[in-house]
Design a protein around this ligand. Structure first.
Ligand SMILES: *Cc1c(COP(=O)(O)O)cnc(C)c1O
Length: 377
């Protein structure tokens, strides 16, 4: 297989050290008690990454398992849940809530803008009788980062428990779980963390634990039941056998991030340079504000189809970029500048190929895309 450079907004490139870490010899993670200490150690590293003292669990499935587990464990039939929706993942959260019997109310924002915390505040002044609220930190399909630092404290004022999908933000955007009073936060291995797909992790506040433990009805799932994890360390018990090799990889990937003190700043700097290059070149960004520092979503210009760009990039330059799905299908190009992708060299190579691709299809734009990037950065 002629592996392409994967510049998609997850999965991302995986560093060689992470791949080598995954090849380490294994033990029996159920019976070897040293594995419980190891798991706890990684959980502590994730706490550091999230800036929290809350418990962090690593689950054996990619991000979607985290989203579903949060809904399955926290929601009881008839609960009122506020679904804060300004994109495909935000809206999809509502479907999970309904699946577990919630009465969902949508707070719908502009799909091309970040959630306006002021508007949400006015909304909550009139209706705030919610047990939970769901929101997405970075809407990966549209490339928009929401102000969770304003939204979560606002929800807390009304005693609303927050479930935050931060799968494509953690490691690339600032996150302060304790300071911002975020209750249940979900991260995934294959976005800015740059480990292979297959794991997610969740941080759980005391209030979120209390809700799970004091339910009137049982949690209608085993695999998605977070409550059964409550005493895993004290009891030296996991609900299922842990994917030890994936956890080796996650450990190494998180070490790499914690070691790099400038990781968040690098994401911001590269993202700003990337966007400036796109605009100087004469292309249009999908978001009108709230631009993500981990993924950029560009409107496909007139005169060329998304599939032509995608195929040319892959076949001629062996670079994999992404489109989007749902209502953005064939309308946008997405490039991930997250984790291991977020280095000037990889962005330069990608933009140079994109420049040649547009020229190949006769699309007239300003100058050279990769040179705009060099000038911007
Ligand atoms: C990637 C992602 C997920 C997890 O979805 P996958 O099935 O792993 O692709 C969840 N939420 C967001 C916002 C994501 O970007």
């Amino acid at each position: 297989m002629n592996k392409p450079l994967i510049m998609t907004p997850g999965p991302t490139e995986v560093h060689e050290d992470v791949r080598i870490a995954m090849a380490q010899d294994i033990t029996n993670p159920d019976l070897d008690l040293t594995f419980y200490e190891y798991y706890k150690e990684i959980s502590c590293k994730l706490k550091k990454l999230l800036n929290t003292d809350n418990d962090v669990l690593i689950l054996n499935g990619e991000g979607i398992l985290g989203l579903e587990a949060a809904c399955a464990s926290l929601i009881e039939p008839g609960d009122r849940v506020l679904c804060i929706d300004n994109g495909i993942f935000g809206k999809g959260f509502g479907d999970f809530c309904e699946m577990y019997g919630a009465e969902v109310v949508y707070f719908k924002g502009d799909y091309r803008k970040a959630i306006d915390a002021g508007e949400l505040k006015s909304f909550l002044e009139n209706d705030n009788n919610f047990k939970l609220a769901t929101l997405v930190h970075c809407e990966t399909p549209s490339g928009i980062t929401n102000p969770v630092d304003e939204i979560c404290p606002l929800l807390k004022k009304y005693g609303i428990i927050s479930i935050v999908d931060s799968v494509s933000a953690i490691g690339g955007e600032p996150i302060e779980v304790d300071q911002w009073q975020m209750d249940l936060v979900i991260g995934g291995s294959q976005k800015c963390i740059s480990a292979p797909p297959g794991l997610c992790f969740v941080s759980i506040s005391q209030s979120a634990w209390d809700i799970m433990i004091d339910r009137n009805t049982p949690i209608r799932s085993f695999y998605s039941n977070l409550a059964i994890w409550k005493n895993w360390y004290e009891e030296k018990w996991f609900p299922y056998t842990q994917p030890i090799s994936y956890i080796y990889g996650l450990d190494c990937a998180v070490d790499r991030i914690l070691k790099d003190k400038s990781s968040i700043y690098r994401h911001k700097r590269i993202a700003e340079g990337f966007r400036k290059a796109i605009l100087d070149y004469g292309l249009e960004l999908y978001p009108m504000d709230g631009h993500s520092n981990t993924v950029t979503t560009i409107l496909v210009p007139n005169g060329v189809e998304y599939s032509q760009i995608y195929n040319h990039m892959l076949n001629e330059y062996n670079i994999l970029i992404a489109g989007a799905f749902d209502f953005l299908k064939n309308k946008v190009i997405r490039i991930g500048h997250m984790g291991e992708n977020c280095y000037e060299e990889k962005i330069y190579i990608t933009l140079k190929a994109l420049d040649a691709t547009f020229k190949n299809f006769g699309i007239e734009l300003n100058g050279e895309l990769h040179k705009h990037f060099v000038n911007a950065i």
